[in-house]
Design a protein around this ligand. Structure first.
Ligand SMILES: NC(=O)c1ccc[n+]([C@@H]2O[C@H](COP(=O)([O-])OP(=O)(O)OC[C@H]3O[C@@H](n4cnc5c(N)ncnc54)[C@H](OP(=O)(O)O)[C@@H]3O)[C@@H](O)[C@H]2O)c1
Length: 214
């Protein structure tokens, strides 16, 4: 089955997730505030994946797709969710954010909530799934680190929504891992933050990944 995926934002993660979706054979819509930014990524994807249907759109265009990825910082994702609430109803909405404080020294949300849970409160009729927040953008494009496929930890309360995303991730050459209900986003966001912190101490320049082995 071909998934129709809409990715809002064409920054580092928008590009990385677009590459995963293209490898999975999804039809892709890239939504940006400025047409130039979307057009550049669409051209890149068309050149690399000529068999894939890729198009650009702006926020004025009605949101299409079964899966909508909010590939922005979490405050922008919250604004977008509020703005697009009716259009997102019934869709799988993917929250990829790590809600960092302004100085990157910690998480602005933690403990009894998470960015994903706050997002879900804003769009109760959508199926919010947490994913990709523990994978760095460049590694999504490469699809692997140290010769092993990336693990994508996926949390959500709607089993069908998680399955849709799991299938897309696996078809894109990565390994989806069900991390449990959306509440697990609290731990995933902590893991995402730790991964960022380790980049400077380990000198890995955002080219590392977490791997669950047994
Ligand atoms: N980078 C990583 O490796 C990584 C890894 C895991 C998770 N994340 C998470 O992924 C998210 C995005 O990170 P990133 O590195 O991709 O950031 P980025 O490169 O700065 O890209 C952010 C994108 O969001 C767009 N945007 C911002 N505000 C918007 C709005 N109100 N409406 C529509 N689009 C808007 C920006 O468009 P404009 O150009 O128009 O501003 C840009 O395309 C963050 O939440 C981050 O925590 C990042």
């Amino acid at each position: 089955m071909t998934t129709n995926i809409t990715i809002i934002g064409a920054g580092n993660m928008g590009r990385g997730i677009a590459h995963v979706a293209a490898r999975a054979g999804s039809a892709i819509t890239i939504v940006t505030r400025t047409p130039e930014e979307g057009a550049a990524l669409v051209s890149e994807l068309q050149a690399a994946f000529p068999h894939i249907a890729v198009q650009a759109a702006t926020l004025e265009t009605p949101v299409t797709g079964d899966v909508v990825v909010l590939a922005t910082w979490y405050t922008a994702a919250q604004e977008l969710a509020t703005q697009l609430r009716d259009q997102l109803a019934g869709k799988v909405v993917v929250d990829i954010s790590n809600p960092l404080t302004a100085d990157y020294s910690g998480l602005a949300l933690s403990g009894t909530t998470s960015a994903a849970e706050e997002l879900a409160r804003l769009i109760p009729d959508a199926h919010v799934v947490k994913a990709f927040n523990t994978t760095f953008a460049g590694t999504l494009v490469a699809g692997q680190v140290a010769g092993l496929p990336l693990d994508v930890l996926i949390a959500g309360d709607d089993v069908a929504a998680k399955t849709v995303l799991m299938n897309l991730v696996n078809a894109g050459g990565l390994r989806g891992i069900d991390a449990g209900p959306l509440e697990r986003a609290r731990q995933l966001e902590g893991l995402g933050f730790l991964g960022i912190q380790l980049q400077s101490s380990q000198g890995t320049n955002f080219a590392s990944s977490w791997k669950f082995l047994n």
